[in-house]
Design a protein around this ligand. Sequence first.
Ligand code: PMV
Length: 350
Amino acid sequence: MASEIHRASTTAPVNIAVIKYWGKRDPKLNLPTNSSLSVTLSQSDLRTHTTASCSPTYTHDELILNGSSQDVSGARTQACFRELRTLRKQLETTNPSLPALSSMPLKIVSENNFPTAAGLASSAAGFAALVRSIANLYELPASPTELSRIARQGSGSACRSLFGGYVGWEQGSQPDGSDSLAFEVAPASHWPTMRAVILVVSAAKKGVSSTTGMQTTVATSSLFPVRANDTVPRRMAEMQTAIQERDFESFAKLTMMDSNSFHATCLDTWPPIFYLNDVSRAAIKAVEAINHAAGKIVAAYTFDAGPNAVVYFEEENEGIVAGALRKLVGEKEGWKGEAKSDDAVVEKVV
Ligand code: PMV
């Protein structure tokens, strides 16, 4: 039927790195200079919902994000479309009775259930959902690992949002990126008491995009080679052990030290890059005060390429951690919780 429309929907959650990806050895394929590790937040909290459809009646590829049409001509979106179409074409070649979806224009409709401009890893959830929705539409027998290779080309960190729980991204060494893939470190159920609270700075937008920032850091920072070649490989191994052993103090210390190391290389970039602001530093001080009062490490902050804080803690400490941070949110100008409900700043990691 000429008017046929094929459709599939999916959701993908945001992930927040505890060992950061910062630096590309190949900007076109988004191949990183170091491995990284993240925690995927709950599907019910920050996520992108995407419906992919294709039809012979469509005239061109289209992407609509939160109701507004986006440019699909960029190399990253094009790379994802091309890779997925190639895989579908292979299926159609081996099974000629399948409809020729690979030659139909695509329409992708995406909605974020969180503010896109707030610098909350929206591109990670966005590209992961885009890739998985098209893979579902095309009925590709592809594993999350295989799809991570494609999502990585949309946005590096997106490859980690194809898994739940604790997720690594192996930097790989092949020039074509075939071994630069995401892998599961542990499912969310491995550590059911893990929680994260997100402190959103009002109207926060990235001053320097992650792509531009990474390239400038790689080119100019003298701290960067030590981070990429020595610090991160060691911490990747230590972090995986901490997760396997559900050792929160080690997990937390590594998380905070890695965030500080990443932001130190940003400051060491020329011209310098500042993602943290005074309110971010107030959050660091608040976490230090919480840990000092508890007599042990019960909370860990981390910051991506923006001023928003993500603080990890265990459920049993929710009262002291989230309570103290809510007080900070209430007192400090510049902080706001997510507007969903009173409790919305607390994200359950499942
Ligand atoms: O995937 P990108 O290009 O948005 O870069 C993400 C970089 C960080 O969020 C700062 C770190 C990370 O590993 O997610």
